[in-house]
Design a protein around this ligand. Structure first.
Ligand code: GDP
Ligand code: MN
Ligand code: MN
Length: 254
């Protein structure tokens, strides 16, 4: 058993309005069942989600958080612009984005963009993945999946990994429930987060710095799924999320 992870080389610096599917299809011949993994950074650049820090005017909530934490109120305003609920203000902002993903700084990023600018991840990464996927299919004539990734930290552990924040035609979870283990025992709770695992694998080739590899193709694994899929499937429902409940309690006690 094996699969391939292929870095797409020679992608230029991306700017607002760039046609990512054409740029990618010119550099690699896509095949049926490929999984095209794209860093959210270049999706944000192509979508024009680029803001100059000095142009941002902080609102009341951003000013309050800044006065409590000593952080740049303009950066906090940028994070709040993409946030639903705020769980932690310091030492970092931990929020749930408007799309439902819980992460640090709502994914607002200062790296791999010119000095003084911020990148906001797309407001609806599933919609961005679908748009890209449909264009890949049109250009290549192949049936394929798309994952938009970002780099996130994990609870309890140091070190960041690639995670999926938007998907197209791939089931983000593989259910093992009802399958048997080596000894015939029925698995009762195991659900494998395949979209995040694939994002992590792709991130090994992307790196976090100046490698210039924002697109990786995973070939040889079949997770293709016809029809509507959404990364929301991976987000725990409110009533089941004890970590969020705990964080809310913590806020009340401070
Ligand atoms: P994120 O994980 O989505 O926040 O993206 P990163 O900032 O970690 O970048 C992932 C990879 O994409 C790294 O190899 C970067 O060097 C690369 N990258 C970022 N922006 C560009 C770009 O505009 N063009 C190219 N060719 N690579 C880029
Ligand atoms: Mn990022
Ligand atoms: Mn990254």
């Amino acid at each position: 058993m094996k699969f391939e992870a292929i870095a797409v080389e020679n992608i230029p610096l991306i700017h607002k309005g760039d046609d990512l599917p054409s740029l990618i299809c010119e550099r690699i011949e896509l095949q049926d069942r490929d999984i095209v993994i794209i860093a959210s950074t270049i999706v944000a650049k192509a979508e024009g989600e680029i803001f100059r820090l000095e142009d941002i005017t902080p609102g009341k909530q951003a000013l309050e958080i800044a006065s409590r934490t000593g952080k740049d109120a303009r950066f906090i305003q940028a994070v709040l612009a993409r946030s639903g609920e705020v769980f932690v203000e310091a030492p970092f902002m931990l929020v749930t984005t408007l799309a439902g993903h819980t992460c640090v700084n709502a994914g607002v990023d200062e790296s791999n963009i010119e000095h003084g600018f911020l990148l906001y991840p797309s407001e609806n990464p599933d919609a961005s993945a679908s748009k890209l996927g449909e264009q890949f299919e049109r250009l290549s004539g192949k049936e394929l999946s798309v994952i938009i990734t970002d780099t996130n930290g994990r609870a309890f552990k140091i070190g960041q990994t690639g995670v999926a924040i938007g998907i197209y035609k791939i089931k983000p979870i593989k259910r093992w429930i009802g399958e048997k283990d080596l000894f015939g025992k029925i698995l009762e709770i195991t659900e494998e987060a395949v979209a995040d695992e694939l994002a992590g694998a792709a991130n090994l080739l992307m790196g976090e710095g100046a490698d210039g590899i924002p697109v990786v193709i995973i070939r040889g694994l079949d997770y293709y799924c016809e029809g509507n899929t959404s990364i929301n499937e991976i987000y725990r429902s409110e009533d089941m999320d004890i970590i969020k409940k705990g964080l809310r309690c913590l806020q009340k006690n401070i």
